[in-house]
Design a protein around this ligand. Structure first.
Ligand code: B12
Ligand code: SF4
Ligand code: SF4
Length: 223
């Protein structure tokens, strides 16, 4: 039996995720052009790992042969805590077990790792958007309309097509273009439209959330 979006989402919320969406696997042409250009300009600094496995990063069907659907689940910072990789992944494994039980073992790859959180060449922010969960802001973060950007996405690649039915395929909310994030950035790293890793404090010291703290979507302001 093939699961519907509703089946998957119900199980994802049951295991404790804050939101869930699905998207058909495809090659991300626009993002591939954007990222190739970003890397060609050296804006990724010394993150050499971003230069590798770009074919896989742009197309999950190369990462996991036979993958047809990306399930994207979101866990808020509040629910994931500091050890978010472990927390998100353990919930994904729980979800996978439930999916296998209801829809059969062959719903996922038996040979390839297919559960990820910050652990694979996947354009996770883009897959959040593809799954209809929100949008990418001027601060380059993925933003969910009600959860904001303080969320960690995790994915399961399925070997089956999922019918979307009542799922929103595109977020109705978008970036407000208020520019507060750009004003708040202490270094000018958010030079629109291209973000320069070499100037970003989160890249150099791993401690900066200024461009997210000021975003109205993170301030419980009714938008
Ligand atoms: C490398 C990396 C970093 C690096 C570089 C950040 C970066 N922006 O690339 C560093 C160490 C700095 C970093 C820091 C942080 N990161 Co980080 N990081 C990643 C990682 C492993 C890869 C990101 C990547 O591919 N970068 C390459 C660039 C090109 O891709 P991108 O930023 O995703 O941009 C895409 C879109 O924005 C879009 N795009 C943007 N502009 C445009 C313009 C056009 C025209 C088009 C077509 C597309 C487009 O295209 C890009 C490619 O799809 C991902 C996990 C993953 N596998 O995706 C996590 C991830 C992106 N990070 C995450 C988090 C939480 C953070 C931090 C908040 C951590 C923290 N607590 O401090 C900070 C935020 C800093 C910041 N300003 O981004 C989350 C994202 C959460 C969210 N709501 O967006 C992810 C998904 C990890 C996770 N599963 O939780 N990170
Ligand atoms: S994380 Fe800090 S330094 Fe990096 S873009 Fe955001 S505000 Fe600027
Ligand atoms: S602060 Fe404003 S411009 Fe920046 S991401 Fe949020 S809504 Fe968009």
């Amino acid at each position: 039996m093939t699961p519907t979006f509703e089946n998957i989402c119900k199980l994802a919320l049951e295991v404790g995720f804050d939101a869930c969406g699905v998207a058909p696997v495809r090659h991300l042409d626009e993002d591939a052009r954007f990222m190739d250009n970003w890397i060609a300009q050296g804006l990724h600094g010394e993150m050499a790992y971003l230069e590798h496995n770009r074919d896989k990063r742009y197309n999950p069907a190369i990462l996991v042969p036979d993958a047809q659907t990306v399930i994207v689940c979101l866990l808020s910072f509040e629910h994931s805590g500091r050890d978010y990789h472990r927390k998100v992944k353990s919930k994904l494994y729980e979800l996978e077990a439930k999916l296998k039980e209801e829809f059969g073992e062959d719903i996922v790859s038996a040979t390839h790792q297919h559960i990820f959180c910050d652990s694979a060449p996947m354009l996770e922010r883009r897959w959040c958007v593809e799954a209809g969960l929100g949008f990418i802001g001027k601060n380059h973060q993925f933003i969910h309309p009600t959860l904001g950007s303080f969320v960690h996405p995790g994915e399961i690649l399925l070997n089956t097509i999922v019918k979307k039915q009542n799922q929103e395929t595109k977020s109705t909310k978008t970036c407000l273009n208020c520019g507060l994030c750009i004003e708040a950035c202490p270094t000018g790293a958010l030079k629109n439209p291209i973000w320069d890793a070499r100037e970003c404090i989160a890249y150099t010291t791993h401690h900066c959330l200024e461009c997210q703290n000021v975003c109205p979507y993170n301030k419980l302001i009714k938008i």
